[in-house]
Design a protein around this ligand. Structure first.
Ligand code: PLP
Length: 481
């Protein structure tokens, strides 16, 4: 990127013009051999130089501007906006040694998004193939390929692609025969879809507190929530962390429960070397735009039992008989994925390891930077879990005197997108009735948690920018004070 907006010292005016023409900024930066910023040249500087008798083959240094405004790479938007004006439209952003790292302009204010989807030619060419061949609805090779990738990844005999992660969960619950009069244990700290999918089936979600450290469903507390109606437990592998599956499976065996893993946020995470979704009777995934891999909207559900999987396949397709078209043995659903989504999915799945590696790098960079900040608790590390870090969360510790929402406001003001952790379901009137045991930890954690930018492609300058601003915000200082 830097090469596109800069030229080496000693370049000709002609070379400067070529760079300006390509970068469309109306100017270029002149850098020394070790990338230190030494000057700027605008279209206007060149015009004036030529009028005064310079030649396009002359060195650009003869006409460049050496008294310019530059800012440190960690400057926030408030600081940058103070310097941008009608006259100064582009500001170089430099490192500690004066090296050119980036630039800011009104069009390109510094903004770090929470997570952004990563696509390249592979997705594009698959989608083009769908459009060119006309295979755009749910019949098509990409859906089948995508399902095969999940059968292999989760080592499960059945994988069914669905239109989103919520219906993947619902399909699992229906196919397992859970319905009216039944109860399913669901963690209180999760996205509403986990509990909603149980309600869609006519069953009751029973909200259970989470463990303070891992944020996963607390099995000791789940023991207290068991009734003769309990049919299943839904461990939700929230934010990429994984529930203690040894404990969950032993608990399920003891009480004869189905296990439905909600893996919407944890594709790529492993527990004792095994992928999420490979433990329970069913495991569901989401491919919403901010997930580890995305198909825009989309989901997948894997099954341990072929028989249950077959039932789910029928229910996904309107409950239609597999051999007699338009004959319906069940009241089913249309929960199918389109081939267009599958086209994105197969290409994305090929890059899963790459995305997860990027997210782990981001997480360890944050971990290292925040470990010395008293006001911040970093994510719990379970030695049995390889976390994919779908989203990196910090929890403000007791010693942080700044309110969580105020910290977030400060970050947003500086162009850093962030969001609160999920609210406890038991706090919301629509779910309050589904709480039968005491809930404390999920409320404490949720009130103090913030999700930070977690894209696998975040660069070190971007991470440093986030880290510096988080430090200032939690310590109650103004940015750049
Ligand atoms: C924990 C959890 N479960 C289920 C879902 C539902 O997935 P979808 O948005 O694809 O319907 C999500 C989605 O964000 C989620 O985070």
């Amino acid at each position: 990127m830097i090469n596109e907006i800069s030229i080496p010292t000693g370049s000709t005016i002609q070379e400067a013009l070529v760079n300006i023409n390509a970068n469309t900024l109306g100017m270029t930066f002149v850098v020394s051999n070790d990338n230190k910023l030494i000057g700027m040249v605008t279209d206007g500087d060149i015009r004036r130089g030529l009028i005064d008798g310079s030649n396009v083959n002359d060195e650009v240094n003869s006409i460049m501007n050496t008294s310019f405004t530059s800012l440190h790479i960690k400057s926030d938007n408030v600081e940058i906006l103070k310097h941008l004006s009608e006259r100064i439209r582009v500001i170089p952003l430099v490192g500690d040694q004066g090296e050119l790292l980036d630039y800011a302009s009104h069009r390109k204010l510094r903004r770090v998004s929470l997570v952004s989807p990563q696509f390249d030619e592979a997705e594009l060419s698959n989608v083009i193939q769908c459009v060119k061949t006309g295979w755009v609805s749910s019949q098509g090779k990409f859906v089948r390929e995508f399902e095969q990738q999940f059968r292999t990844y989760c080592k499960r005999p059945v994988a069914l692609a669905t239109s989103n992660g919520t219906v993947a969960l619902h399909l699992a619950i229906e196919a397992l025969g859970i319905g009216e009069g039944d109860e399913v244990l669901v963690p209180d700290l999760t996205f509403a879809a986990s509990a909603n999918s149980v309600l869609y089936a006519g069953a009751r979600p029973i909200l259970v507190d989470v463990e303070r450290n891992s944020l996963m469903i607390d099995i000791e507390k789940a023991e207290r929530a068991i009734t003769p109606r309990t049919k299943a437990i839904m461990p939700v592998h929230l934010y990429g962390q994984i529930a203690d599956m040894d404990k969950v499976m032993a608990f399920a065996k003891k009480h004869n429960l189905f296990v439905i893993e909600d893996c919407a946020e944890a594709l790529g995470s492993t527990y004792k070397g095994q992928p999420v979704g490979s433990f329970g009777d069913a495991g569901s995934f989401s491919f919403f735009g901010n997930k580890i891999i995305t198909t825009g909207e989309g989901g997948m559900v894997v099954f341990k039992s072929e028989e249950v999987g077959e039932m789910a396949a029928v229910l996904r397709d309107h409950g239609m008989d597999k051999t007699k078209r338009y004959w319906h043995n069940h009241i089913g659903f249309n929960y199918r994925m389109t081939n267009l989504q599958g086209a994105l999915g197969t290409a994305q799945m090929e890059k899963l390891e790459h995305f997860v590696a990027g997210k782990r790098n981001v997480a360890s960079y944050y971990d290292e930077a925040f470990k010395s900040v008293n006001e911040i608790e970093t994510p719990y590390i379970n030695p049995d879990v390889e976390n994919c870090y779908w989203m990196y969360n910090i929890i403000l510790s007791e010693s942080c005197k700044v309110d969580r929402d105020e910290v977030m406001n400060k970050l947003v003001k500086t162009g850093i997108e962030c969001r609160p952790m999920f609210y406890p379901l038991s706090d919301m009137p629509v779910y309050a009735d589904y709480c039968t045991t005491d809930i404390t930890e999920s409320k404490i954690v949720a009130a103090r948690g913030i999700s930070l930018p977690s894209s696998p492609t975040l660069t070190e300058p971007e991470l440093d920018f986030v880290i510096q601003n988080v430090r200032w915000a939690v310590q109650g200082e103004e940015a750049n004070s």
